[in-house]
Design a protein around this ligand. Sequence first.
Ligand SMILES: [Zn+2]
Length: 446
Amino acid sequence: MNLVSFSIKTKGVHNFVRRLGTVFTRFGFSETRIRRSLHTLIDCLEQHHTAPTFFIPAVVLRRHPTLLSEIANCGAEIGIHGYVHNDYRTLSKPEQYRQTQQAISIFQNTHIPYDGFRNPYLGWTEESLDVFTALGFAYESNEAVLHDVIDLNRLSPLLRSGYEKSLALFQAIPCNVYTLRPHFEEKLLRIPTSIPDDEMIFDRLRITNPEEVGRIWSQVMQRVYDFGGLYTLNLHPERGVLCKRALDILLSYARNQPHQVWIARLRDIAQWWKERRQFRLNITPLAPNRWLVEATCTPRATILARYLMVENQPTSPWSCPDVLVESRCFTVHATRCPYIGLSLQTPQQVADFLHEQGYPTAYCSQEEADLYALYFDIPGRLGTTREEQLQCRSTLVQQIEASEVPLLHFGCWPNGSRAALAITGDIDSVTVQDFFLRVLEVHQHV
Ligand SMILES: [Zn+2]
């Protein structure tokens, strides 16, 4: 599918013509306009001691290596957004592999370090995940978590149907405590991204007032904060200047939460999730209802305790019911062992899943079940199809989070942060020429 047919398919002919008009106002014939937009975003984030993550098609990088080096030197992360701006769902696996490899060699030749991949149109397939793993990417950022913060009833039927078409195109998944966390599939980290993105808000829903856009983004932030997850905001840098006010509103909203929101690049989030994977909690009984806890982790690990008493060690308030434990070796008083018990027939896959979610687990027999804070007997796999897996995993995490039992666990984010925020953007084009070349390039690579 090329740009023209994609746009017409999801937005209609009228909208496509309307969009063409805006191309000349957002892009220029030189790099000047986009350079200004990129620096606007970088400066905005620098005030919060962080930087954005941009994704760019390799052919666009090849035409603008100096601009992208300049942006990377300012601290922005640059990830790969395809060789050309095409939809991988239309490509065979060998072709996905070939084009991804081509993209990598352009990044290498221009000396731009990359860690991650985001597909144009978030168009990932199971084959893409194999390709990214085989080619050594640290992460991909394609799973689109839908935040239904838009009141669809106030939209005209035409706008509403366009909006619903884009949800289907982006393979949207529901928002819950589990889907807002990154997760490993083999060696590849999958970092969720969020929709609606700026294009859906500005172009499809025609919401262009910066205050209102800022309010929508803050609403998403609040919901992500409540779930303790990650908000990956997606905006196209050509709207950088237009979005500045809205971004400022979002960033100060995030900064004003009672507990810290970690604002980071996706590369930093990927490194953190890899580091966190090694953490372990070792819990041994000392006496009835008393347990020695020894944590193997790095200094920035967040150790949380709920419904138990930490003896002789300071704790700090955190999001209820958890408190933050500073010490790495401490004693707790609890009515049950603060582990999650698993029946002997529960597969290792379940233990690995719970470990990644931050919960300590121990295998035990049915007779010992009562000794543990929670006990699960899950004889099979956690779902077979991807949809079932998503459902089972979401339900399990929600069940654990809702249980009023003594439990120790690792928080998702470093240094006691409650949630995380990443500002990301796809640099689909730098100039007007790039915009029109996309049509040709995609046509040549189907
Ligand atoms: Zn794109």
